[in-house]
Structures are given as structure tokens and as C-alpha cells.
Design a binder for this molecule. Structure first.
Ligand SMILES: [Zn+2]
Ligand SMILES: [Zn+2]
Length: 339
């Protein structure tokens, strides 16, 4: 069957033909209908330092998807054939201290679909039933396919209360843009977005940002003087964006950091964090499954916002074009159709 894979340790992906995987008793087989291209997939496509250290080719990649159950393992009782589902792509152990205390997103034994094991850019995906998320019939396929990154956005937005706060978001990729709409829905007083790409700033405006700034031209700290940010959502992973964000935050402010810097960052901890009494929180993955309930609710009530984030839907065979658009900053979220 058709799949998109990283064939060798070099830039690029190929269309390939893979054989069927056996379904174990606690697993289900899903006929994938749509899959989103994530920043992680772009790292693997580009074969950057992170990918070199983590990915063992050949590997079918992809982890954001929606599809229909076509086979259930013998011990699976809560799901049936024909059901439309997505799934949490972090397969955790379920028995470690973190898993057993409501912090499974931090499990040391995490196995990620499309990173550590066969991915969702394939006509079929086999996954443990406990990772499934049933999709509400009100939700469009292209929206259901991206619950995973929407979950990252929701996890970041809910790390610190945003209701009544001035929120600063640095980085307006798919997750940063989703965070704009979610922060607004969660009662943020103002949302300011810092993003160098004009196309992305325009979408941030559409999604309800009160102010969008270009960090290559605008003085961010001066521009937010009238509504000093109390919450920073760092989605870019860019060192300068992080420093600017911390600089702009009010004393006692709170920062949730989701963007992953490609190398260690250097910052004046004394001036930027300690003397300002800031709280910094690292955010990884999605809370299982609290975040999924929140995203479900958000997507059901805000389909228009998600429409602005899914800018491209293409047949899976045209994946190269989708990666080109994303690499050139001309697409926000591209969804591949496997139908
Ligand atoms: Zn993802
Ligand atoms: Zn665990």
C-alpha cells in the first residue's frame, strides 16, 4: 500500500509501497483518510540535526491524522469497525510514576508514531486502542486530522490563565495561529502576535489578534507599552524571539515555552527572569486526555478559525508540493488526502 517515507539519511521523502502490519489484541487498524504535515515532519524532510539524531530510516513518517477503523484487535471492546477516529501519537508506557500521576505527556518511555515507529502517512495505521480519540460527526476531516497540533496550542494556552490578561504570542505557524483564536476564546484581554512572515501576520489578524508586529522592523517592547503583556506564549523556538518576549513581559509575568530552539540559548537570567519574578513553564505534547476534550470543544465551536489555519489540502501523492509550500512559508497547515 501507498506510504510516504524517509528512505535514507538525507534530505527528502519518497512515495513507497509498504506491506500490512499485524494488529495485536489491544490495537486497531485504521484506514487513514487525511493526515496533517507537522513541523516535526518538516524537520525529518529537511534532515536537520534533530532528525539525524532521532530518526532511523527507512521510516514511514506522519502522526497527525484522521481515518476509519477497519479492524479491531480481539481484546478491544470500546471501538468498532467504521468508526471515525484520530489518536494521540505519543504512545506511553502507562505504568511509570509520571503516567500514573496524570503526567503521561512526560513519560520517559514515550514511543512516537512516525518518529520512533511506523507513521500515519500511509493508507493504514496500526495503533493501540487506548490512544484513539473518537471524532465528533460535526467535525470536518481536515480539522480532525490536526487535533495533535491543536492540542499543542491548547496545552500552551492553558498552561497559565489567559482570561483578562494581555497575551504575547511569538511565532505564528499553525500552532501559534491556533493559540491566537484559543487565547481569545479563553478570554484574553488583548493578543499581540510577533511574526516576521507577513502572510502569517495577516492570518493572525483574521483570527482576532489585536496587534501584529514584525520583529525585523518593529520595536516590540515599545509597541506593547500601552498593554504590557502578562502572559507570553513562545511558539517560535527562536532565541531572539524568546529574549524579546521576556523583555516585553510585565514583572511577575508568566511564560509558556513550546517552540524548540535548535541549540542552547543564551539569556540574561538575572535581568530577564529573576529580578522580574517571572514564571517559565516548558510545554510538551498534550495532556492525556484533558487537552483532547478541550480541543474537541474548541473545534466544534470555532470551525471558521480552523479553516484559516488549514490553508492547503492536497492528494497524498502530491506531498512534495505540500512540503515545498511549507518550506517557502506559503502554507500554514497542509493536509494530505489518502482517500
Ligand atoms: Zn505534529
Ligand atoms: Zn510512562
Amino acid at each position: 500500500m501507498f506510504a510516504i517515507a524517509k528512505p535514507e539519511p538525507a534530505k527528502g521523502l519518497v512515495a513507497t509501497d509498504v506491506s500490512q502490519v499485524t494488529v495485536r489484541t489491544d490495537e486497531v487498524r485504521i484506514g487513514v483518510t487525511h493526515a496533517g504535515i507537522c513541523g516535526t515532519d518538516m524537520h525529518i524532510y529537511q534532515w536537520d540535526d534533530w532528525a539525524k539524531g532521532r530518526i532511523k530510516p527507512p521510516l514511514v513518517i506522519g502522526h497527525e491524522f484522521v481515518g476509519e477503523i477497519i479492524e479491531v484487535g480481539s481484546s478491544v471492546t470500546e471501538y468498532s469497525i467504521g468508526q471515525r477516529v484520530s489518536a494521540e501519537c505519543h504512545i506511553v508506557c502507562g505504568v511509570c510514576t509520571l503516567c500514573r500521576t496524570g503526567r503521561a505527556h512526560l513519560c520517559d518511555n514515550t514511543n512516537i508514531v512516525g518518529v520512533d515507529r511506523q507513521g500515519a502517512f500511509c493508507e493504514e495505521l496500526v495503533i493501540p486502542a487506548r490512544n484513539l480519540w473518537p471524532i465528533n460527526s460535526k467535525i470536518a476531516d481536515s480539522h480532525a486530522a490536526i487535533f495533535d497540533p491543536l492540542g499543542n496550542a491548547m496545552h500552551t494556552v492553558t498552561t497559565h490563565p489567559v482570561a483578562g490578561q494581555n497575551v504575547l504570542i511569538s511565532g505564528a505557524g499553525a500552532i501559534g495561529l491556533a493559540a491566537v483564536a484559543m487565547a481569545k476564546a479563553n478570554g484574553a484581554l488583548t493578543v499581540t502576535v510577533v511574526e516576521p512572515n507577513a502572510y502569517k501576520r495577516e492570518i493572525a489578524d483574521t483570527l482576532g489578534a489585536d496587534l501584529t508586529l514584525d520583529p525585523t522592523k518593529d520595536d516590540v517592547v515599545a509597541a506593547v507599552k500601552s498593554h504590557i503583556p502578562t502572559v507570553l506564549l513562545e511558539m517560535s523556538g527562536n532565541e531572539q524571539a524568546l529574549i524579546t518576549g521576556l523583555n516585553a513581559l510585565e514583572k511577575g509575568g508568566k511564560a509558556a515555552l513550546l517552540g524548540i530552539p535548535s541549540k542552547p540559548v543564551s539569556l540574561d537570567l538575572a535581568e530577564l527572569v529573576i529580578f522580574k519574578g517571572l514564571t517559565l513553564s516548558g510545554v510538551i505534547g498534550r495532556k492525556m486526555f484533558e487537552t483532547w476534550y478541550q480541543v474537541d470543544n474548541f473545534v466544534c465551536h470555532n470551525p471558521d478559525a480552523i479553516d484559516h489555519i488549514v490553508t492547503h489540502t492536497l492528494p497524498a501523492t502530491e506531498f512534495q508540493e505540500a512540503f515545498n509550500f511549507l518550506e517557502q512559508g506559503k502554507a500554514i497547515k497542509a493536509v494530505l488526502s489518502f482517500k
